[in-house]
Ligand binder design. Structure first.
Ligand code: THG
Length: 288
């Protein structure tokens, strides 16, 4: 199953046999005062620098989320998406829970962006899936519905299947559905990691869909979060997780994903692993 995401002049393939795709999460005002201010002031220089820094650190796709109180997403999201898409040569992941903002951004985004996201709630399925169909873009489906996020694997897999069935009924190709198996803080419930990995394995094997997760949350509230995050990325790679929404400027994250890909046969001749270190060495020498 190959999901194709495109920038104006770039193409990224998400699949179980391809290297893991990193979706840079830093353009998101959550917990970031400076970025929130930059978004409100339309300080595009600052925002574009964040995008470029992530691409240089190893991001294959840039997530753009402008959701914060006092921000009109329908107005601002398309503007930021356009600026970022013009500034970097990688595809965009359009991130909002507001369908009107998603559509406004789809109208101006070049290439074939990733739509982030729909849940299995009726009101979402009815608005977001038709957008994916209309603009012919892949869409992320979160495994929660009107009842919230299920605690057990069976219900999460059933919700993934429901999203897939609805999408196919609308004429969307299965490869254009990615499932987000949802990661919750492990400190609050130590069963949740296992449920997330089991759901990923089953959705990957039984539904043959690609999987994307936003993993930063897993370590919320615990010391030395990097240790937990990197372990999560390594374990996930072995469970069918094909793309991560993560912060690539945390070098250990990018390194772990490269190492996991190498160990799982997704990096022929260690090409990506070695070229990452060559680039790092080159930029060190350039700085010296
Ligand atoms: N699934 C999907 N999309 C998503 C998420 C997901 N989009 C949003 C989010 N989750 C992923 N993006 C972020 C962005 C920022 C943070 C976490 C996830 C974050 N910010 C720090 C904080 O809140 O403390 C700020 C850190 C900093 O300043 O560098 O953690 O799950 N499909």
């Amino acid at each position: 199953m190959e999901t194709v995401v495109e920038g104006e002049n770039s193409r990224i393939v998400i699949s179980k046999t391809a290297p893991t795709v990193i979706i840079g999460e830093r353009i998101n005002p959550t917990g970031k005062k400076r970025l929130t201010a930059a978004l409100k002031e339309r300080d595009f220089d600052y925002i574009i620098k964040e995008a470029i820094r992530q691409v240089e650190a190893g991001a294959h796709i840039i997530d753009v989320n402008v959701g914060a109180s006092g921000i009109d997403e329908e107005d601002l999201l398309p503007e930021v998406v356009k600026k970022v898409a013009d500034a970097v040569d990688v595809p965009i992941c359009i991130d909002s829970s507001n369908p009107a903002a998603l559509e406004a951004a789809l109208k101006v985004c070049p290439g074939r962006p990733l739509l982030n996201s729909t849940t299995a709630e009726e009101k979402n399925l009815e608005t977001v899936l038709p957008l994916a169909r209309k603009y012919n873009v892949p869409v992320i489906g979160l495994v929660n519905d009107e009842r919230g996020i299920p605690k057990d694997t069976d219900t999460r897999v059933a919700i993934a299947k429901k999203i897939l069935d609805r999408a196919v009924k609308l004429g969307i190709a299965p490869e254009d559905i990615l499932i987000d198996v949802l990661v919750l803080p492990i400190g609050a419930d130590t069963e949740t990691g296992k449920v997330t990995f089991d759901t990923a394995r089953r959705v990957s094997e039984e539904l043959d869909l690609n999987i994307v997760v936003g993993a930063s949350n897993v370590s919320h509230g615990l010391p030395d979060r990097k240790v937990i995050n990197t372990a999560f990325f390594a374990l996930g790679a072995a469970c069918g997780m094909t793309a991560y929404i993560a912060d690539p400027t945390v070098i250990e994250i990018t390194q772990t994903i490269l190492a996991a890909d190498l160990l799982l046969g997704k990096d022929e001749w260690a090409g990506n692993y070695i070229s990452f270190y060559r680039k790092k060495e080159a930029s060190k020498n350039a700085a010296a």
